[in-house]
Design a protein around this ligand. Structure first.
Ligand SMILES: [Zn+2]
Length: 295
């Protein structure tokens, strides 16, 4: 497919966004060996044996965000919070929002409701022990709240969560996506009260679906992500951008034996991502998820 990258085509200058509009900047704090793409190669029992790079990479991100004077929401893996409590404190002290990414990075639809309840409770405890904050926002590993795991929402609300960002309203990905789900911020009623859902977002550009963040941000030219965000600005609607600390680390150790698709998804564009991220943060207004929602 050919995409027109002429800036005039991508960024119509007509309508300016509301002065209050901020997009959500979100970081899923996990290490390079904990991702779902390598789940089949890296047993959780062996996580302790890998060289940990999450602390240094997240610190680099904190410094970049500081330089760009932007605050974001950090969905922290409980395993990371338990081992690097100082990192969690530094994230909180820098004014960012503290949120949960579960404890073991297990796909929600692979768990029983009991296992899920225990995984998120463990993550909340680890994060609280690290910084004294009780997380009330959650993002599922690999956006794994889909049609068959919607039961998870009841459990989130039961455990005191008020905001979720796990339901990706797209189709065509083998691990996630709920094509019929709402694309804008909305309220989800559960058996234990309402949850606000801020879905990860995508735009249609020239017939191509452009999700905003992660591997898509590394793969596509920065201007394409920027155009996808601009589309939301024209609708006066905040977008959700997501990224991981390992995505700015081109020197991370390579995982041996992973399949071609997983290797491509994980390693494409690593060398350029930090610079692209800096430019993106200078181009659009970002804030924490709570601020982007307007609370
Ligand atoms: Zn993750």
């Amino acid at each position: 497919m050919t995409i027109n990258l002429d800036p005039q085509h991508l960024t119509p200058a007509s309508s300016a966004p509301s002065v209050d509009l901020c997009h959500a900047l979100s970081v899923d704090v996990e290490d390079y060996f904990q991702v779902s793409a390598f789940e089949g190669r890296v047993s959780r029992k062996t996580w302790e044996t890998y060289e940990c790079r999450v602390e240094a990479n997240t610190d680099r991100m904190l410094s970049l965000f500081d330089q760009c004077q932007v605050r974001g929401t950090f969905f922290i893996l409980g395993w990371v919070a338990e081992r690097y409590p100082g990192l969690v404190s530094r994230i909180a002290q820098s004014g960012h929002e503290i949120a949960s990414h579960g404890y073991w990075h297990r796909l929600v639809y692979d768990l029983t409701p009991e296992q899920f309840a225990s995984d998120i409770a463990d993550s909340v405890e680890a994060i609280h022990n690290a910084c004294g904050i009780r997380a009330t926002a959650y993002r599922a590993p690999s956006f794994s709240i889909v049609e068959r795991s919607l039961w998870a929402l009841d459990i989130l609300a039961e455990q005191g969560f008020t905001t979720d960002s796990s339901i990706f309203p797209i189709s065509g990905h083998d691990r996630y996506g709920m094509p019929g789900a709402k694309k804008e911020i909305h309220t989800l009623p559960t058996a234990h009260g309402d949850l606000v859902e801020f879905p990860p977002t995508a735009s249609k550009i020239g017939g191509l679906t452009v999700p905003i963040g992660g591997g898509y941000f590394r793969l596509f030219p920065r201007q394409l992500t920027s155009a996808a965000i601009t589309q939301h600005e024209r609708l006066n609607r905040p977008a959700m951008f997501y990224i991981h600390p390992w995505e700015i680390d081109p020197h991370q150790p390579r995982i041996q034996g992973a399949g071609a698709k997983s290797r491509f998804r994980h390693y494409v564009g690593l060398a350029r991502t930090e610079q692209k991220l800096r430019r993106l943060l200078q181009t659009h207004r970002f804030a924490t998820m709570e601020e982007a929602i307007g609370r």
